[in-house]
Design a protein around this ligand. Sequence first.
Ligand SMILES: Cc1ncc(COP(=O)(O)O)c(C=O)c1O
Length: 363
Amino acid sequence: MTSAGTRTFPFTPTAHPTPAARRAELLVEPGFGQVFTDHTATATWTAGRGWHDEAVRASEPLVLHPAAAVLHYAQEIFEGLKAYRQPDGSVALFRPELNAARFAHSARRLSLPELPVDAFLEAVRGVVRADEAWVPEAPASLYLRPFTVATEAFLGVRPADEARFCVVACPAGPLFAGRDAGLTLWISAELSRAAPGGTGDAKCGGNYAAGLAAQTLARTHGCDQALFLDAAEHRWLEESGTMNVLLVTADGDLVTPPLGTILDGVTRRSVLELAAGHGLRAVERPVSVEELTAGCADGSITEVFAAGTAAVISPIIAFRSTAGGFTVGSGAPGPHTLALREELLDIQFGRVADPRGWRVSVD
Ligand SMILES: Cc1ncc(COP(=O)(O)O)c(C=O)c1O
């Protein structure tokens, strides 16, 4: 369907579903991003027809011409959100309209066709309904990965005239399994992730490819992830590989770097909105490495944590850089970090009321 209005993704069940016993085995310890469900949502876009051929059907390999634009010019965008099993057995998404809006923003920045918000939501819901049996019990969840790739076969730099949208799903446990005690970040002084006017606020594969070298460097220094700084001065905190970064100050501020060259995280935004209920003032302002270092030394910064759909809220307990290393607070997860994490998870898993209407049913 190419006209405006509600797009549907007609469902054709796979002829070869994973046997229930095998699925149960896979759900015991799914890891993160390792196990995929039986169905995907897809839609095709061409310059002449717009979006068409929407479907939820058996997961199968994507067939691409070797000259497909995505393979050469990285014309690609993606999203990440989760479906959560609720206490009554139903399944809910968390603020999926924000992912849909961000996906459209990313599409505009990467010159890809915009998928209407209603189609994005329909596709995501369609996959979750088709693979409902794959939604694990809490604390695990079903991670959903919508993406659009430029499929037109040509060499030459211009926006492609053909694209494919897909949603794949995978049951997912914690991203940082065994790291509940907190993460250590490598302050990436030289390798930047994004620059003003670049694609830092879009969710496109190229950003992540560009971040891999810093992540590898972080690992070689015994750290879990890199913390990126701004590209101009290499001084101002931006974000981590797949997470926004927030700080708690001794005088009750919840501080996070402003939007611009970082991803507008759904978790970041939600935590800022929850802050007041925890006696914290939400503040979006630039934070320098000097302030972070001095604040952790003199106790004016008491907690630091990372926020993201996959990472949820993960305490950051230490930093390392070429200048040395330092600890945050006592080196243990802080009380605000843990309380915000618990409230967020309680909302997502339906264990508390949802006055803001953040949970969205898949039915
Ligand atoms: C670079 C980056 N920053 C931040 C986030 C957190 O965003 P969200 O909370 O929407 O998952 C992500 C995860 O998607 C990310 O990849």
